[in-house]
Design a protein around this ligand. Structure first.
Ligand code: PSV
Ligand code: MN
Length: 426
């Protein structure tokens, strides 16, 4: 994917785009909104691509790989570079270790740099056993009753941080599968204390400019009690660890009907919002494309972020990361669609008339307060987002340009389907 291909793809779309943009600009100006200022903020929006989302995911029933999928971490970076070129908004990769552990981290860092990419948070994995591993995580890692298992898990985290340092990462995301399937199996208080004690060791050994993110999840694989099951437990851990420990909100990690924007607001208020794993869900941790099932919820989450920015809440710089599993869509197309959805939700949140909303809230004008949000949510921001991408050197229509480029077909020829099977995403 080169400059010419993007320019060519944009050329045929420019005239119609300009007309749409002018119409939107005129409509926004009537409401006192400067289109250009909003475009500039959307232009600066960035999100990290997870190394585990470039290959087809799967369910426990099967996986249906597509042609031309990446076979190693270098090919994954090649795909991310294409996504970044098309969107101008995906300059970082979040690596899962050991799934995508590089043989030579320095070489991978240089390779990424050559592609215009860098590394976001590194992810640890103590939810699976690895081939040469001495002890099993079957009954937990940080919460395990056997101190030797806990030590092994802590050691793994030290290694992940070490790899991340070479890559230039500045954070580690810790999601633990630890939990129990049956009442009585696990001591509910002691298991939490053991997790905290292990995290304290990881936190104490972090480089001084690093953050530690704790990620909660209510169930799966543990079906009775997960140790870090909700934002309350995550907050307790982050609070006990210290200033550089924050909570990570994966949008798919909540029980049905949880008000996720309220969770986000609480964490912002407590100074503990570390970042996001963006995705969407209908039932559980479905890892679907962001905005595909509950677009209003995604908008309301961004509304909390923009509102906090507007109030200049100190120290708020949440990491934007995607965590999805693409079982049916071409993973690259699904990621292009996701970046667009996130930019769209952000753009709509920027259109909220905050002064009016404040006034309606103060005067208890329920209907107008709600309508102020809905007006922004219902705005057609496609041209605005396309313009932000164009100014970043990206494509007006990333999926159109991707299909026209024939990239996937070329990869299908070049990446001969060796026996490579990416790890099944959880
Ligand atoms: C767990 O379901 C999770 O959300 C964690 O972030 C893991 O790192 C990721 O999925 C693995 O697919
Ligand atoms: Mn996640």
């Amino acid at each position: 994917m080169n400059r010419d291909q993007i320019d060519q793809s944009n050329a045929g779309r420019t005239a119609a785009h300009q007309r749409d943009l002018d119409a939107l600009g005129e409509r926004l100006a009537r409401g006192g909104v400067d289109l250009d200022a909003v475009v500039e903020r959307v232009r600066r929006f960035e999100v990290a691509i997870p190394s585990w989302a470039l290959g087809t995911g799967g369910t426990r029933f099967g996986r249906f790989p597509g042609p031309g999928e990446p076979r190693d971490v270098y090919e994954k970076l090649q795909d991310v570079a294409v996504i970044h070129r098309l969107t101008g908004a995906a300059p970082r990769v979040s690596l899962h270790i050991p799934w995508d552990e590089p043989d030579d981290p320095e070489r991978l860092r240089q390779h990424a740099e050559g592609l215009g990419l860098a590394f976001d948070a590194v992810n640890s994995n103590t939810f699976q056993d690895q081939p040469a591993q001495a002890r099993s995580y079957k009954f937990g890692s940080f919460s395990h009753t056997d101190v030797a298992v806990r030590e092994q898990a802590v050691e793994h985290h030290h290694r992940v941080v070490q790899v991340g340092e070479t890559l230039g990462s500045r954070a580690i995301s810790v999601w633990l599968a630890d939990g129990s399937n049956y009442p009585g199996q696990m001591h509910l208080r002691r298991s939490f204390d053991r997790v905290l004690a292990c995290l304290e060791q990881v936190y104490a050994a972090l480089p001084p400019d690093w953050l530690l993110f704790t990620e909660h999840k209510p169930y799966e694989p543990a079906f009775y009690a997960t140790v870090v099951q909700d934002w309350g437990s995550s907050y307790l851990l982050a609070q006990a660890l210290g200033e550089r420990a924050r909570c990570l909100v994966d949008l798919g990690h909540h029980l049905p009907n949880t008000n996720i924007e309220l969770v986000v607001a609480r964490l912002i208020g407590a100074g503990k919002l570390g970042g996001f794993h963006f995705n969407d869900a209908k039932y559980g941790d479905d890892d679907l494309t962001a905005g595909s099932i509950r677009p209003y919820q995604l908008f309301l989450v961004f509304n909390e972020l923009v509102d906090a920015e507007h109030d200049q809440v100190p120290g708020l710089q949440p990491a934007h990361m995607i965590d999805q599993s693409h079982n049916l869509k071409d993973p690259m197309e699904a990621l292009l669609q996701t970046v667009d959805q996130l930019q769209g939700a952000y753009a709509r949140a920027l259109l909220v008339d905050r002064a009016a909303l404040d006034a309606y809230q103060e005067s208890n004008d329920v209907l107008m307060a709600e309508m102020t949000l809905q007006r922004a949510f219902q705005a057609d921001v496609a041209a605005l987002v396309a313009e932000a991408r164009r100014r970043q050197g990206g494509a007006l229509d990333p999926i159109g340009a991707f299909r026209e480029s024939g990239y996937r077909a070329r990869m299908a020829r070049e990446r001969v389907a060796a026996a490579y099977a990416p790890p099944q995403s959880l």
